[in-house]
Design a binder for this molecule. Structure first.
Ligand code: ZN
Length: 210
């Protein structure tokens, strides 16, 4: 697997999630970055510094970029998608709220070691239509989040084009496209399952909280 130079995340891309956090609906995409050191494998198990409060799951459709993109058109952006999977944008929510309240950057709550878990990459054509993709996220067998990309405020291909105006995207870079409503705290021992609807049927990845 190509190690990303960066993982670019989109905040509040589903209105229902912005609403559940009491956040305003953005008129341009909210972007932040996780460094490559934030990545852990599905089998590593999720951990965080519990002295800093809760860690919330945010299950997100995630895109891998296949070649360098800068100021890309939407056509160029679509052609640069080299992989798709699901991932978790893990968030120390209490810490994030405290940072937000003070007007500070979010990175300590969202970009720490272990804050990003990704499934294995699938070929991009496994999704027929990026504007109409669907996935689910379960905790201990119970469905907690349903992602439907038609409900995104900013669609995936448009997002890639927009992001490339600010950040040069390099081969292997990852874009996490935002989370739908339903986020909540994780606890030790939780068994997590992310399932993507694909043209070949459902494909799932499992991980867990240590
Ligand atoms: Zn997120």
């Amino acid at each position: 697997m190509t190690k990303p130079s960066k993982i670019i995340c989109v905040g509040r891309n589903y209105a229902d999630h912005a609403k559940e956090l009491g956040s305003a609906i953005p008129d341009t995409p909210i972007l932040f970055i996780k460094p490559p050191s934030s990545l852990i494998g599905l089998n590593d198990g999720i951990t965080w510094n519990t002295d800093l409060g809760s860690c919330h799951f945010e299950c997100e459709l995630s895109i891998q970029i296949g070649h360098t993109l800068k100021n890309a058109s939407e056509l160029e952006a679509r052609a640069a998608i080299s992989g798709v999977t699901l991932g978790l944008d893990l968030t120390m929510r209490d810490l994030q709220n405290s940072l937000k309240d003070q007007g500070y950057p979010w990175e300590r709550s969202k970009s720490y070691d272990g804050s990003c878990v990704l499934g294995e990459w699938l070929a991009p054509d496994i999704i027929a239509d990026y504007k109409n993709a669907r996935y689910t996220f379960k905790v201990n067998g119970e469905t907690r989040q349903v992602g439907e990309t038609e409900k995104m405020l900013f669609d995936i291909v448009g997002l890639i084009s927009h992001i490339s105006e600010t950040f040069t995207l390099e081969k292997g870079d990852v874009i996490m496209t935002g989370t739908p409503a339903g986020v909540g705290p994780l606890k030790s021992g939780d068994q997590l399952e992310m399932t993507l609807d694909t043209v070949l049927g459902d494909i799932s990845w499992k991980t867990f909280v240590r």
